[in-house]
Write a protein that binds this ligand. Sequence first.
Ligand SMILES: C[S@@+](CC[C@H](N)C(=O)[O-])C[C@H]1O[C@@H](n2cnc3c(N)ncnc32)[C@H](O)[C@@H]1O
Length: 226
Amino acid sequence: MSLAANALDDPTVQAVLAREHQRAEDDDAQLAAVRPKIEAAKEAGASATEQAAHYPKTVYLAVAPDMGRFLYLTARTTAAQRIVEFGTSFGISTIYFAAAAKEIGGQVIGSELEPSKAARARANLEDAGLAAPVEIRVGDAMETLADVQAPIDLLFLDGWKDLYLPVLQMLEPKLAPGALVLADNIHTFPVELAPYVAFVSRTDGPYRSVVLPFESGLAYSFYEGA
Ligand SMILES: C[S@@+](CC[C@H](N)C(=O)[O-])C[C@H]1O[C@@H](n2cnc3c(N)ncnc32)[C@H](O)[C@@H]1O
């Protein structure tokens, strides 16, 4: 039996990832500049989406390399045919999923609110030679992902935190039995994401979950089916 070529460790893909992870490191300085505004909005009771309006359009807020590799491995080992991503930004996590999709003949549907970020994500995927299996839908994911076809094999949640639950609930009827739902930033936003974690942790619900100890915290949920 011949194995599909390892798309993630392709030198072109690794060069694009190294470049983009390096650029993402500038986030700290950019975020420090807007943190007081975000804190003030939080204290005034603003939603996570309203708080996030203060982020510059140039911040990546990307997954770290170890999580990216884990996303690739998860998609690859489960042979996820349809991967849906809430929150694409500049496409770093999307590149990891696209590498898996290329190997298994799958598809990635990304979503990004900000058109300039979506355009950069597309360019990065093209630079990596991984544009073919990816479609990026521009606009509010609650609208752009509403007509995604079933079955969804892997759902990755990484947009603004108040929408994790609404996006999951919108897409749940399309999840394949045995689908995985991965949600980043459980440790970064413990208060904002507490309702999400409670939802996927209900013992009488259709999910079985664990929060994996990546620095940002990754909720890993197995969907048993309706
Ligand atoms: C944490 S970043 C995503 C990082 C990306 N997954 C990565 O690892 O490279 C969150 C992104 O979600 C986008 N976003 C937030 N709310 C959204 C919505 N309602 N619809 C689509 N995109 C959204 C933001 O514009 C932002 O670029």
